[in-house]
Write a new protein. Structure first.
Length: 301
């Protein structure tokens, strides 16, 4: 039988470190070389070509695990939905990848290198609620921030960088508002500003935290168009997403998360009632929404 809830991880000690793995017995090793076992223990089994690899990552707040023993390799050039209930650790996952919250254990690599070495290759769209919209900057100033990693310290912003920022604004339909102070925009327009900033960065991997939350239909359509454009340009995009009905329509791959990874893989294989029950604990309304979404996707194919 499939459990209604994923098994709960134990409480943490002060160090917030996961319990050590039990050593493999000789019968379990099956004759595997010790060097191979050592590589697996250190996370070297993750492909260096993966846009994002997470190995044995645990994050805890006040000794309580928010993410537990996360192992994941993001496929290249895909739109990936990160799906799970409230409090499942979805936003924390993105922040841990970006080193915005401390990890109790584990490591993260971007194309085989630590995030600190690949910072310029990762674009981030935060939740709109986490931004101080009263900060005295214009729309264009915010988008231009996406170019700062390429401009360098104490160097003037060149005409070419400004052209890239203007192009990003055009792609999200905000060129006419480039001189507005950001607090003067609607919620959907504010979301598009940060999407434009990420586009101006011209990253290889994008992490987006609920970009579809509380936006109007025009903004949702603009975001979907940008996602498709990024995929066509060979980018990898991970999106925290709540609307189960649109998951089959928007995403190629899905990561189902509830403190631990419940399942991950192509949407058509992973986004199933059984996996959703394991992720959400059998909440019937959510599962019925998902069933309708999958039925529509099957009819479209």
């Amino acid at each position: 039988m499939i459990p209604d809830h994923p098994p709960a991880p134990p409480d943490f000690a002060a160090a917030a470190a996961p319990p050590p793995r039990a050593p493999l017995m000789p019968a379990q090793r099956g004759g595997a070389p010790l060097a191979a076992l050592s590589a697996a223990a250190t996370g070297d089994e993750h492909p260096a070509s993966a846009p994002l690899s997470i190995h044995d990552m645990t994050v805890a707040y006040h000794r309580k695990p928010v993410l537990w023993d996360i192992d994941y390799d993001a496929p290249a050039e895909k739109l990936i939905g990160i799906v799970g209930p409230n409090g499942a650790g979805k936003s924390t996952l993105l922040k841990a990848v970006l080193n915005l919250v401390p990890k109790a254990s584990g490591r993260v690599t971007i194309f085989g290198q630590p995030f600190a070495r690949q910072r310029r290759r990762v674009g981030y769209v935060p939740q709109r609620e986490s931004v101080d919209w009263n900060f005295p900057v214009s729309v264009f100033d915010v988008v231009l921030m996406g170019r700062y990693g390429r401009v360098g310290w104490c160097r003037p912003v060149s005409r070419s960088h400004r052209a890239v920022a203007l192009d990003a604004l055009q792609r999200v339909g905000l060129t006419d508002l480039r001189n507005r102070q950001i607090s003067q925009l609607s919620g959907g327009q504010q979301q598009r500003v940060f999407l434009a900033r990420a586009l101006a960065q011209d990253a290889s991997v994008y992490l987006m935290d609920e970009p579809f939350a509380s936006v109007d239909a025009a903004t949702e359509k603009a975001i979907v168009a940008v996602l498709h454009e990024l995929r066509a340009r060979g980018r990898t995009v991970l999106v925290v997403h709540h609307d189960l009905q649109t998951v089959p329509e928007y995403f190629d791959h899905v990561l189902l998360l509830n403190t631990r990874v419940v399942a991950s893989g192509p949407t058509r294989d992973v986004f199933t009632i059984e996996n959703l029950r394991r992720t959400y604990g059998g909440r019937l309304t959510l599962l019925e929404e998902a069933a309708h979404a999958m039925a529509r996707g099957a009819q479209a194919r």
